[in-house]
Design a protein. Structure first.
Length: 328
């Protein structure tokens, strides 16, 4: 009951947020945070639920971003169709890369996926005829108006894109919840706990790992497509290995293997550097120290720690009520 109330309150706050704020830059940060929440969820699927740390999410985000941009600008496709196809392009890329990559485990898998991200980044930088290289890829349009006939809603403002990205995030969260609560999700968590035992039970673990890796790539590519059409300009820098490491950080910071944890972690990862801009040259030092402190004292993440704290308070109150009745 409490969980449903909190969920409804969070969604309501997100819906009315653009109406409350008076500074457009806050709406811009909120859009970037929601895009990064989708990237963090993509990392959570392969890392938090399957137990394989992927350092390729930034690269997959770049593949989706440039795929949607190229389809809408160079090929002349409708933007909505480009956004829909971009995750499929990223999924095919993840499927091809995942088949050999998932033959290794542990830190070897992390190294292989980091190399994959570096390859994608190098291609984006050097394939100047297609991507524009470091000079960037401009002129990416916003989505077409939404509607039928004479009735239509124009998607030509930052606030309009805010609601599109919010709807996309809610869709991703619903899909993640469905996967986690399905048989596939239970198998992924079994692989995370003990892959050898899962294999001995007759489960073809490589199929489920490949599904998780491909699906995580598709989610990151979806986020990249939204990012491209929101920003209107692309350069390779946002899709480097640093982006993948930030996604891993968001998952760990918020709570690995939870649905809400990556959302909190992604929000903090985007907002904390902005809040600490007042520290100027000490900003990154303070940011790093805060993260170290959180990781030391809250090793399972912020959300699990908060849930555990609330559970303890509920147990204490439940125990106090009978005691008060007996004393009365």
């Amino acid at each position: 009951m409490l969980r449903n109330v909190i969920l409804a309150a969070v969604i309501a706050a997100a819906v009315f947020f653009p109406m409350w704020v008076t500074v457009n830059y806050f709406v811009h940060l909120a859009v970037l945070a929601m895009v990064f929440m989708i990237v963090a969820q993509s990392a959570n699927l392969i890392q938090g639920y399957t137990g394989y740390v992927s350092i390729a999410q930034g690269g997959f985000m770049g593949v989706g971003a440039y795929a949607s941009a190229l389809l809408s600008v160079d090929a002349g496709w409708p933007v909505w169709l480009s956004i829909a196809v971009a995750p499929l392009v990223t999924g095919i890329t993840a499927l091809i890369a995942g088949y050999p990559s998932l033959r290794v485990k542990g830190h070897y898998f992390a190294i292989v996926t980091m190399a994959l991200n570096m390859v994608v980044f190098i291609v984006l930088v050097n394939w100047m005829q297609v991507t524009g290289g470091e000079g960037g890829y401009p002129g990416i349009p916003m989505p077409e108006p939404i509607g039928f006939g004479d009735w239509a809603i124009a998607v030509d403002s930052r606030i309009a894109m805010y609601y599109i990205v919010l709807a996309a995030l809610l869709l991703v969260m619903a899909a993640m919840a469905a996967v986690v609560r399905s048989r596939v999700g239970r198998v992924l968590m079994a692989i995370r706990q003990n892959e050898t035992f899962a294999e001995s039970a007759g489960i073809a673990t490589w199929k489920y790992k490949l599904f998780a890796f491909t699906a995580s790539g598709m989610l990151a590519g979806f986020a990249g497509a939204l990012y491209a059409h929101y920003m209107g300009f692309l350069s390779p820098n946002p899709f480097s290995v640093d982006a993948s490491l930030n996604a891993i950080l968001a998952v760990i910071l918020g709570g690995s293997g939870t649905l809400s944890g990556p959302l909190v972690g992604a929000l903090l990862t985007v907002l904390l550097p902005e809040v600490l801009r007042v520290a100027e040259i000490f900003r990154l030092i303070v940011y790093g120290l805060l993260l170290v402190i959180v990781m030391i004292f809250l090793p399972h993440g912020l959300v699990p720690a908060l849930v555990d704290r609330l559970s303890r308070l509920r147990r204490v109150r439940t125990a106090e009520v009978p005691a008060m009745k007996e004393g009365g």
